[in-house]
Design a binder for this molecule. Sequence first.
Ligand SMILES: Cc1cc2nc3c(=O)[nH]c(=O)nc-3n(C[C@H](O)[C@H](O)[C@H](O)COP(=O)(O)OP(=O)(O)OC[C@H]3O[C@@H](n4cnc5c(N)ncnc54)[C@H](O)[C@@H]3O)c2cc1C
Length: 479
Amino acid sequence: MKAGKLLEIDESFDTLIIGGGITGAGIFRDLSLHGAKTLMIDKKDFGSQTSHKSSKMFHGGIRYMESGNFGLVWEALHEKNLWLKIAPHLCKEMPFHMPAFKESKYPAWMLGIGLTMYDALSGFQNSNHKMSNREQTLEQVPHLKSVGLGGSGIYYDAVIDDSKVTLEAIYDGLESSESAALNYVELVEFHHCDDFCTVLLKDSLTGDERKIKAKNVVFATGPFTDILLDKFSEIPWRPCMLSSKGSHIWISHKKLPLNNPLVMQTKEGRLIFAIPQKEMILVGTTEIIIDGDLFDLKASEDEINYLLDNLKNYFPTAEIKREDVLSSYAGVRPLVKSTGGISAGKTARNHKIFNPFSNVHVVVGGKLTTFRVMGQKITKAVVKGIGQKYDKNRTKNPLRKQSVFGSFDIIRKVSKNDIERSLCEEHVRTFDDLLKRRMSIPSRSHWEADENFDKFFTDLLPMMNKYIDVSEQDISNFR
Ligand SMILES: Cc1cc2nc3c(=O)[nH]c(=O)nc-3n(C[C@H](O)[C@H](O)[C@H](O)COP(=O)(O)OP(=O)(O)OC[C@H]3O[C@@H](n4cnc5c(N)ncnc54)[C@H](O)[C@@H]3O)c2cc1C
């Protein structure tokens, strides 16, 4: 087994962040930009859990307007418009078509009013919405059902490579200071003293263990928070998470030739999306309350069929079948229980911060889109504690390091040099990390390069094994 870096790092830090999803990555970046010596760890690969299982949108959340959560929509739209400017390589604006049918909750005229409000909530930074009549809509959206169609509204949100933005936030943090970030390292023991915490960390690939001291600890463990904190009796914690599973499917663009995202309303009145990305269409999502193990979930056949049924209803002439599903994935929304009912759809997406001790912070909930601002309160407290002035605008600067593989490129010709650079520079520890999150290839069926998948990677084995452990079996098992 190739050595990890756990045994090489310092043994004391200003802050330890547990969880390297987008929430932890955002706090890590902010703290590092302020010169706080920070260590971030993740039990799995960075950005491999919820932050890689999203609908891949930076958006205001059109449906949160329905529940009157205008504050969240305002904040998310401002964040979306900021990221379009500072990370255009990761975040791309697209026109979202929202058709109105006879049976839709909102007729076209009402859509117009809603979309005007949406633009207003962005401080009119959004590209302005438009309205299309029935004929224009049918021209703009191939295969869309025509029965009962009145027209459509078109508003502007953004698509994003979710795990790449997580990784690049981490790379940016690593550019400054004495900070460090370790994947496949988990928290095993936790002890609290007034001024600092002592933790035992374990590298799950090598088995190495190390004791670390940190003045502050931040839990940014998303939906896994209740399960993790339940293990440490020293931390007073009342479970608060509502685990809501959401699944997606990828369909080939040849089968459903959409050029722009489409918003669909299900029979139960939920909104689901079909979003073109990389010559494929991403369709999601479902919403199911679950419990038990939340790591590396899979979409169930029922969920896949539910998404397919909705697609068939909207695109009757496209003749989409089960075999047109290239791949699927599932994640868990880190929702925080509201005092009211337990409907996942109606639970607010706002984040919450808890302090079981003054130097132990737990941040839960929120959205990918608002990650930059979610941890600012925590960061401010830590930065003040090390005698520095906090500047909430520092994270508005562009990310300083870009990924080797671009976000929206279709890989037809893979450069072996790029693979070696990624292995060497991008914290890759397994073959899965390289393929899924550095090269953005969700499964074998998404391989677009001219070369044969198995032969290509088998020829690279000697080079790859200089950096990570990979076998022919790993290559053939990649599905
Ligand atoms: C189906 C779905 C669709 C969504 N779509 C969107 C969208 O389009 N736009 C949007 O803005 N938001 C969206 N969201 C919400 C968004 O994805 C989440 O809010 C965000 O990714 C949560 O990030 P996180 O860092 O809090 O959690 P995670 O990404 O899950 O990160 C938590 C990390 O903690 C680690 N961890 C757990 N236990 C330990 C331990 N013991 N030691 C060390 N590490 C540990 C995990 O490995 C994990 O990497 C969606 C969510 C879902 C589920």
